[in-house]
Design a protein around this ligand. Structure first.
Ligand code: ACM
Length: 541
């Protein structure tokens, strides 16, 4: 077993180099002796100095370090002062801390000191929090449980990386002294998972949820249908899942979520303060549906199932009434299963749908979504039709996207359509990092960690005011990915960068600070068993 040690990137380069050499020796000694090495880490009085407040990802809005640290001991209690949901956050925190500390950490509503989670009025918004740490305890204060949950993610990162191991570790468990006051820049901080090109089980989706929740994301967008697979049971059209879900890219067995499976994903996501945004991609990307029901095709002939990776060849039949019966049934059933506000209707790459038919289709379908109480989200091609009032458009263009297309998006934004930014050459987690990346695609170019991080969502699209930007999202398309570890390899270490763009004030944006903080996540991911790419742009510890 390897033992992780930590140092901080705040020292002069020569010291750090020397420190790295010492670190190698210390790790070697620890491996042989199986006891913690005690040599000093660079820039710290001891190798166990607590993590500074400003080492967190996403960078907090404000930190005020000072005072002595808090130490978690076998006597520590987690005291919750708030509604039942807040107690759930306390239990979650205890679940993180108990295995590695070996302490009982009871969750209680009485006593003093210890770790206190408190719901109270304050300038935190619905997702922000304040964390105060000192020798007598830690107090996390938020206006509600979502803020407490995000504060708990900060607290995790302030503890040694070994806290993430699921076996007992030696400690000590120190949290540095001071105050963090934090709230997000944007309300939409998403990750998308394509479960259509390859199917991922409920457990695999939960694992991904746990990874993305670490970085304070709040939306899980599930791409539930595409040419290669329909992944959600629809009672009124049962062949969609039973037949349309029966394969995937490469011809594997595919799969689909029963309604109970989907409810379980929604429940689990909600327990991590993530809202599920279901996507049914229409009118293109529909071969799995067209293969399942002949009547959905203009010629009445069902095409075969498709397991390749081309796009743009399929379209619902815009001129047939049965198409709208289908859409209404699907939207009704998915809306009924989904407590969140949004329903994503895709709308991208409808290359086999004539433009005027695309416009007509969107005119009919958007009101259906509204009728079932949901807000429309579409890929930015929706701005080529007329986005419904209140709709959001998800921009996935790149630097080379034509000026006319960008201007169409900008004009929609100026007219009230909110934007979610997922530029493919920055935020697409499925792009290769470089020419040697064994997985992923490269149609948007290579996207190394710096490129993914180093842009400003508020000033990204010309002619779009920051007020039109609702946030950012990191999509992960899975043509080349079919295991949980492969998802992680593509998302880490890029996803925390998109999360930081969504959460942190623009004034904290700084590549040098970010890459050094990112390096500090490496030992955490090792402790958690996250497969991640050791980008040469990051000074891993
Ligand atoms: C997309 O990448 N077709 C949204």
């Amino acid at each position: 077993m390897r033992r992780q040690r930590r140092h901080h990137g705040t020292t002069p380069r020569t010291t750090r180099l020397l420190g790295s050499l010492l670190l190698v020796v210390a790790v070697g000694a620890a491996t042989v002796a199986a006891t913690p090495a005690r040599g000093p880490a660079p820039g710290t009085a001891s190798g166990r100095s607590p993590v500074p407040l400003d080492r967190v990802i996403p960078a907090p809005a404000s930190v005020d370090p000072g005072g002595r640290p808090y130490r978690i001991t076998e006597k520590t209690r987690i005291r919750v002062d708030g509604p039942r949901e807040a107690r759930g956050v306390g239990e979650y925190l205890a679940g993180v801390l108990r295995p590695s500390t070996g302490y009982p950490l009871p969750v209680t509503d009485r006593g003093t000191g210890g770790i206190r989670l408190r719901v109270a009025e304050g300038p935190y918004g619905s997702e922000g929090y304040r964390l105060r740490s000192g020798p007598s305890g830690i107090t996390l204060t938020a206006a509600g449980p979502a803020g407490l949950f995000h504060g708990v993610q900060t607290l995790r990162q302030l503890l040694p990386a070994d806290v993430e191991r699921r076996t007992r570790q030696p400690g000590p468990w120190l949290v540095t002294g001071g105050t963090v006051t934090d709230s997000p820049r944007f309300g939409w901080r998403g990750a998308m998972l394509d479960v259509s090109r390859h199917f991922f089980s409920v457990d695999e989706v939960k694992r991904y949820i746990d990874r993305i929740a670490l970085y304070k994301l709040n939306k899980l967008h599930l791409h539930l249908s595409d040419d290669q697979g329909w992944r959600i049971a629809i009672d009124s059209w049962p062949r969609l899942a039973a037949y349309g879900g029966s394969t995937e890219v490469g011809g594997g067995p595919g799969g689909f979520y029963t309604k109970d499976d989907y409810r379980e994903i929604v429940r689990y996501a909600a327990s991590r303060y993530l809202e599920v945004v279901p996507e049914i991609d229409m009118p293109g990307h529909t071969n799995a549906a067209l293969a399942s029901y002949a009547e959905l095709n203009c010629d009445g002939v069902a095409p075969p199932l498709y397991t390749g990776t081309q796009v743009g060849f399929s379209s619902l039949c815009v001129g047939k009434e049965v198409t709208y019966d289908f859409v209404e049934d699907v939207v009704r059933e998915i809306a009924a299963l989904t407590p969140g506000r949004y329903l994503h209707i895709g709308g991208d790459e409808a290359h086999s749908t004539p433009h005027e038919e695309y416009v007509a289709f969107m005119e009919r379908v958007q009101p259906v979504v509204a009728r079932y109480g949901k807000t429309v989200v579409g890929w930015h091609q929706l701005t080529g039709a007329t986005p419904a009032k209140g709709a959001l458009a998800q921009y996935w263009g790149l630097d080379g996207t034509g000026a006319a297309e960008k201007e169409r998006v900008a004009e929609a934004a100026r007219n009230g359509t909110g934007l979610i930014l997922s530029p493919a050459d920055r935020a697409y987690m499925d792009m290769k990092y470089d020419a040697n990346t064994p997985l992923g695609l490269s149609w948007a170019g290579y996207v190394e960690v710096r490129r993914s991080y180093d842009w400003d969502p508020g000033a990204y699209l010309e002619g779009v005011p920051e007020s039109a930007v609702r946030g950012v999202e990191a999509p992960l398309w899975t043509e080349t990915l079919d295991e949980a570890g492969e998802l992680e390899f593509m998302a880490f270490p890029r996803l925390p960068g998109i999360a930081e763009l969504g959460w942190s004030p623009a004034g904290t944006h700084d590549w040098e600070s970010y890459r050094s903080r990112l390096a500090g996540q490496g030992p955490r991911w090792e402790a958690m068993g996250v497969s991640f790419y050791r980008s040469p742009q990051v000074p891993w510890e």
